[in-house]
Design a protein around this ligand. Structure first.
Ligand code: SAH
Length: 343
């Protein structure tokens, strides 16, 4: 087992299982995440017996950097996992701090028409430690302070629910990496039963739903997941989440020229979301290798924004990140062979 995949609760149970004080879990967390030790034998507060036992049961191995490409505001890292598969992680430099966009799976089964990440079918889900290592590599190996985490890299987080919950528990824990849950956002393509399950979690990260269309006819074409969980069920689940959690839910809406950016779409979207405690985040479409879509013009995005505003919907326009180096949303891919990144 990898030590970085252990939540505080798991470690407490581990210590309990052989009659040790579960409070030792806190000592281990502080050593790993605050003191950044890389051997249990460096933890002075633990007895030799406990250290030896930990060393026999847990390993430390992380991810290996393959390539990196950067612009002024973005840096994209291709990491190799221990089984040889590769994933991508993106650093976004905001005025308010650095955000890390984490991948949750190798490949993705959602197969959204506009997204490059789904072109490679899901190979497997990532283990919690493989997500933790994406953050730790940036923070500890590269020395980059990390204030925000978004689960918007390759993969569908709610198709890897347990591991993702454990990952966010680890990075948000005060003795852990201590990124507050409100600074973490999980984005889902719309797996309704998991949204409902998530609604009952306390102190959970923020939730974003990739909506991208205001009706079933269009959403079925863009996002096959809509055939399993149609838009009405999705929006109802979002409403349950917003009411139970007391938090605003974000609906991401990418603006694709001539596809989902008409006046009718704006009105339909406003009617669909009326009465839900939410934001709509309009995202300029990033061109991908495989799809032939074009982004909406800046003027169209602003008009769409105005129409939603007039209908009483909270709406924002997302700043684009990394569009010039395939590090933007929907442009990440696990397929190393296609990579053109420089070392
Ligand atoms: N599977 C999850 C997590 C991925 S998040 C989800 O769908 O939410 C990645 C975000 O980028 C999603 O909102 C996705 O819909 C969006 N996206 C995908 N392709 C894009 C593209 N070409 N341009 C802009 N956004 C895109």
């Amino acid at each position: 087992m990898n030590i970085y995949g252990q939540t505080m609760e798991m470690l407490q149970n581990y210590f309990k299982s052989f009659g040790e004080n579960p409070a030792k879990a806190k000592i281990v967390f502080a050593a790993l995440y605050r003191d950044k030790i890389s051997s249990f034998f460096d933890i002075a507060e633990l007895s030799d017996t406990v250290k030896t036992r930990l060393a026999a049961d847990f390993e430390f191995s992380g991810v290996a950097l393959v390539t990196k490409s950067e612009t002024e505001t973005t840096c994209k890292y291709l990491f190799r996992l221990s089984d040889g598969h590769t994933i991508e992680t993106v650093l976004m430099k905001h005025a308010y701090g650095n955000g890390v966009c984490v991948s949750t799976q190798v490949g993705c089964n959602m197969d959204c028409a506009f997204c490059e990440s789904g072109k490679l079918k899901k190979v497997r889900s990532l283990e919690p430690h493989e997500m933790v290592h994406q953050v730790l590599y940036l923070r500890d190996v590269l020395g980059i302070p990390v204030s925000h985490v978004v689960l918007m890299g390759i993969g569908e987080p709610f198709d890897n629910y347990e591991n993702v919950m454990n990952f966010t528990d680890i990075i948000s824990h005060q003795q852990g990496i201590s990124i507050p849950a409100r600074h973490i956002t999980i984005s889902t393509a719309g797996i309704v039963p998991k949204i409902l399950e998530y609604a009952s979690r306390t102190a959970a990260p923020a939730l974003a739903i990739s909506l991208h269309a205001p009706n079933d006819e269009l959403r079925n074409r863009l996002m096959p997941i809509n055939r399993a969980y149609p838009i009405r069920e999705l929006v109802d689940a979002a409403k349950v989440y917003a009411e139970k959690s007391g938090k605003k839910v974000t609906f991401a809406y990418i603006m694709i020229h001539g596809v989902n950016d008409s006046d009718e779409c704006a009105l339909e979207l406003a009617a669909l979301l009326k009465g839900i405690n939410c934001y709509v985040n309009l995202i300029p479409y990033n061109k991908t290798r495989s799809a032939s879509f074009e982004p909406s013009s800046k003027e169209r995005v602003l008009e769409f924004y105005d129409m939603l505003k007039k209908q009483g919907i909270n709406v924002t326009i997302r700043r684009e990140f990394g569009g010039d180096m395939n590090a933007a949303c929907g442009q990440l891919s696990s397929d190393y062979k296609q990579k053109k990144c420089s070392q």
